[in-house]
Design a protein around this ligand. Structure first.
Ligand code: C2E
Ligand code: CA
Ligand code: CA
Ligand code: CA
Length: 279
């Protein structure tokens, strides 16, 4: 049994090393990817439920790897967060999104909000509001067009310092939204203390909204609470007309999902903006 245990230990140790090795290699690749400009943004439209017009774009990062092709964020964002390399990547995203928003405005396309996902590392790092202020300024973008998406877990670790950071960001003039709402542990009661403008209902509630009474009831409750706090409610992951109808009945303000459009590269997104409505 002892020998067996030792063998197991060696096995696990070897596996851990391989794992660590891979992680170090990937981190190096991410660093190089930044230097070689291998990251690209795609944009997914956010649609107003009343007018069916595109009112926003969520910027979503992809890694255009020379051999692997287009790598989705799930494959590298978690590790990038652990190692902190998400900070320079996040700065690149912020700048690229602001430049794109400005470029669309300059072409005379209908103005839309640009939403950018922030990671926990970025949010905790000293000087975020200053960075955001300098970036919008350098890109010539009115901060009112920029929205930063935060998640509940970012706010719950240390709610008081999170609120202080959010106030600094609000003072810069950007919008703040709470992403993946419903998946974290924030009590509805805490919401009123956060200086946010919008709440994004997580896709896991939207998925079964037409068949699951509980999900429908939660959505209805969230919408009514959010509205009483003056927040805009955005539903994520809308994939069919049934979900759209249900969300409309529940009073949701905006929607985002494959039913309208998958995330698009900048040019197809501009074409969509030119035509206006999505349906
Ligand atoms: P998220 O912020 O919740 O973004 C929404 C994700 O849902 C996107 O996946 C989008 O393509 C996908 N989605 C949109 N509509 C639908 C739908 O109708 N059905 C389904 N099944 N999925 C839909 P994506 O682009 O793979 O991004 C995954 C996650 O990676 C994002 O989740 C976000 O947490 C993270 N991420 C993406 N870009 C960035 C970034 O620039 N910075 C940071 N920190 N995280 C990012
Ligand atoms: Ca998001
Ligand atoms: Ca989300
Ligand atoms: Ca989600």
């Amino acid at each position: 049994a002892k020998a067996q245990g030792r063998n197991n230990f060696q096995f696990y140790a070897a596996e851990m090393n391989a794992h660590a090795g891979e992680r170090i290699a990937l981190t190096g690749k991410l660093r190089r990817a930044l230097k070689n400009d291998e990251f690209v943004l795609q944009f997914q439209p956010q649609v107003d439920i009343g007018s069916m017009q595109v009112v926003g774009a969520e910027a979503l990062i992809r890694w255009h790897h020379p051999q692997m092709g287009l790598v989705p964020p799930a494959k590298f964002i978690p590790l990038a967060e652990e190692t902190g390399i998400i900070v320079p990547i996040g700065e690149w995203v912020l700048r690229a999104a602001c430049l794109q928003a400005r470029a669309w405005l300059e072409r005379g396309l209908p103005p839309v909000r640009m939403s950018v996902n922030l990671s926990a590392c970025q949010f905790r790092k000293e000087g975020l509001a200053g960075l955001v202020a300098r970036t919008v300024e350098a890109c010539g973008l009115d901060p009112a067009f920029l929205e930063l998406e935060l998640t509940e877990s970012m706010l719950m670790d240390d709610p008081n310092s999170a609120i202080a950071t959010m106030r600094e960001l609000k003072a810069v003039g950007v919008r703040l939204s709470l992403d993946d709402f419903g998946t974290g542990y924030s009590s509805l009661n805490r919401l009123k203390g956060f200086p946010i403008d919008a709440l994004k209902i997580d896709r896991s509630f939207v998925r079964d909204i037409t068949t699951d009474r509980t999900d429908a009831a939660i959505t209805a409750a969230v919408v009514s609470l959010a509205h009483s706090l003056g927040l805009t409610v955005v539903a994520e992951g809308v994939e069919d007309a049934g979900q759209l109808e249900c969300l409309r009945q529940h009073g949701c303000d905006e929607m985002q999902g494959y039913f309208f459009s998958r995330p698009l590269s900048a040019e197809p997104f501009a074409a969509l903006l030119r035509t206006g409505a999505v349906c």
